[in-house]
Design a protein around this ligand. Structure first.
Ligand code: 13P
Length: 342
């Protein structure tokens, strides 16, 4: 393991006020999002969408890294250039999702275990050769009556830590993503308790597997009530609960934390990140940024609608969201920015 190179990659990804853009949806998830707004669910459409993102003018001003999916890392643009080289040439670090998805956890019918450890060493070597310098593995933890169980939390924490160790051996910075899902009727406090429990389990496992924390990026959910909870929290409440939970469970040595958006609107995810920086910046031992997929992509995808004539407007929307998120990381976002695209 080349510690200095890993730390350098993590530091570069987290530098300044930039953040990450996740465009690593599996084909199934990407197709579902296309279907919702009437875009054809084809390999070409997925390539066109990812090419649109990768060629967004000035994206590197606000985005330090982009997370790709296996199909995309092998794809070429219409003009023959690979999408990964387009990203590298734009001054953005490419990353790759390497888990193979969340599958039913045997014996625990309502819970999932993320798979993908088989053949991971070889796949990481290949991705590194192609230019990827960081990777992502997402575990999903659902909240409900009697869940999550210890079995689910410990199995996922162990898989995440084994993945992270493989990444560091191969020279890639692992993004460790234990996502506590927003679906459900649970309240803010329950999300807090579960998120803390999961994070503690993950960091114990990372320690046991000898993972170097300075070369890890944690991708966390924000601490929020379930989508169907009768009492929704204010922006201040979410910011406070999230920061308190992270301070209690994430070691200061960790390279940084990047949030997933989890189904929040772009504006809300940005407002939460902004509030955390406005109110708690001086307390944070790690860089705190964004690694959104839907909260950056969704408005742009609706504008694009699969049509070339909408490409430039979609790119402007994408750039706008990334710019708002960059401002949020500085604690300088305000809703007035939403009415002035660009
Ligand atoms: P969302 O921001 O849409 O939650 O996606 C982030 C991600 O990468 C999930 O793995």
């Amino acid at each position: 393991m080349d510690k200095q190179t890993l730390i350098h990659t993590a530091t570069t990804l987290l530098a300044g006020s930039k953040g990450l853009l996740a465009m690593d949806e599996s084909n199934g998830t990407c197709n579902k999002r296309f279907a919702k707004i009437g875009i054809p669910q084809t390999e070409d459409a997925r390539r066109d969408w990812r090419e649109l993102i990768a060629t967004t003018p000035n994206l590197a001003k606000n985005i330090s890294g982009v997370i790709l999916y296996d199909e995309t890392i092998h794809q070429k643009r219409g003009d023959g250039k690979t999408i990964i080289n387009t990203i590298i040439d734009a001054g953005i670090i490419p990353g790759i999702k390497v888990d193979t998805g969340a599958k039913a956890l045997a014996g625990f019918p309502r819970e999932k275990i993320t798979e993908g450890l088989d053949g991971l060493r070889e796949r990481l070597t290949e991705y590194y050769k192609m230019g990827a310098r960081f990777a992502k593995w997402r575990a999903v933890i659902a909240i409900g009556e009697g869940i999550p169980t210890r079995a689910c939390i410990e199995a996922n924490a162990n898989a995440l830590s084994r993945y992270a160790a493989h990444c560091q051996e191969a020279g890639l910075v692992p993004i460790v993503e234990p996502e506590v899902l927003m679906e459900g009727t649970h309240d803010l406090q329950r999300c807090f308790t579960v998120t803390e429990d999961v994070l503690r389990a993950v960091f114990i496992q990372l320690y046991l597997q000898g993972v170097m924390l300075e070369g890890v990026i944690l991708k966390s959910n924000m601490v929020m009530p379930g989508l169907r909870c009768a009492h929704q929290a204010t922006v201040d409440e979410v910011a406070e609960a999230t920061i308190q939970c992270l301070l209690q469970s994430v070691p200061a040595a960790v390279g940084g934390i990047a949030f997933l958006s989890g189904g929040q609107s772009g504006e809300l995810a940005t407002a939460h990140l902004n509030d955390m920086h406005v109110r708690y910046r001086s307390k944070l031992p790690w860089p705190l940024t964004f690694s959104f997929a839907r909260a950056i992509q969704q408005p742009a995808m609706s504008i694009w609608h699969g049509e070339e004539k909408n490409k430039s407007a979609a790119q402007q929307s994408l750039y706008h969201r990334a710019k708002c998120d960059d401002a949020a990381r500085r604690g300088e976002y305000n809703t007035a920015m939403e009415s002035t695209i660009i």
